[in-house]
Design a protein around this ligand. Sequence first.
Ligand code: NDP
Length: 242
Amino acid sequence: MIALVSGGSRGIGRAVVQRLARDGFDVSFCYRSNQDAAEELAKEAAGHGTRVLAVRCDVADPEDVRDWYARTERELGPVDAVVTSAGITRDRPLVLMGQDDWDGVLRTNLDGVYHVCRAAAFTMSKRRSGVIVNLSSVAGLYGNTGQANYAAAKAGIIGFTKSLARELGPRGVRANVVAPGLIETDMVGGMPAAALERQLKGVPMGRLGRAGEVAALVAFLVSDQAAYITGAVVEIHGGGVF
Ligand code: NDP
């Protein structure tokens, strides 16, 4: 089985690469700039005896994504599972949110998912099998102060994925969303300490989630155990929706 993971060099995507490699998938993952982290991960994940491909690719660039996808199929074979985890934040109150902040986040977080899923939809439909898991966020479901751009992109991912589930279900392809709350990664590490503390107070489990815990959910959704789950949004947030 072959998996393709966007944003695999760090955080949740990295944990997904590690988990799927452990579960026996050959994995192709992309990163934007952290080549050292990507190469280290590729070496480590290949230790599970599977083939691992690390490719530099900006998911906001359709040509980059086409090249990555084609290279993956050429070097590993047809893709069975797609996980989109590449994402960025540019948090500001709306009154200070410039066009660049808006465009940057929408292009990476929403257009990026479109580019990757579009590449996958062709071959998956043709093969009449495949599974897609897109990373959204509780911000996409409930909104979040200072994240109008991010929340809009993450809400967009939900409508997009539910539409894919309807379009591709008849062709044997499943598509689901994972919507995490606060997960301990660089993305959350970049939040102001006071804001993080305030948000953590709203988490009944009283701690940040771990990237591996999100990866375990993703691994379940791509597996045959989830064969009848499609068009779902699965939340993972320790009870905290802020
Ligand atoms: P990190 O910031 O830890 O990692 C982001 C990853 O995405 C990196 O591998 C980065 O590559 C890659 N990336 C960013 N932009 C691009 C791009 N244009 N093209 C290709 N790759 C790119 O983020 P997380 O792991 O925390 O987040 C993963 C996903 O989960 C995101 O979609 C995020 O929105 C979502 N999420 C995260 C939550 C959290 O609390 N952490 C909560 C809810 C949702 P590089 O290393 O090269 O920069």
